[in-house]
Design a binder for this molecule. Sequence first.
Ligand code: FES
Length: 128
Amino acid sequence: MTDQVAKKRRSHKQFVVCKVADLSPGQRKIVDLDGKCIGLFNIKGQFYALLNYCPHNGGALCQGPITGTALPTEDYEFVYSYEEALVRCGWHGWEFEIATGKCLVDTKLKAKTYQVTVENGGDVVVHI
Ligand code: FES
């Protein structure tokens, strides 16, 4: 569910989306910022923002599960990695690294990312 327009903090397209305490590790918040639908994620205490648009075929990327994945291996070993660092698109299951937007399935694809800063002792600011 998308929150409607978040409070605009300053000009030049910087928006206070929430307080640090409002978004616990492992949670996300989807907001509309200046007409862009953006997912703000708290991944292990670090904040990241992605455009809620999957570069594969336009799915609502940020609404998919936050997860990790099994890495390809040469033998029958099971190696789980990227724990809670990926979002899996709900349309076709492609996985994207939340911090970078990198697509694990097709390295030529990248989800749009935005800079996030924490300012004034706890305001989470998305720069678009
Ligand atoms: S639209 Fe996201 S994986 Fe296909």
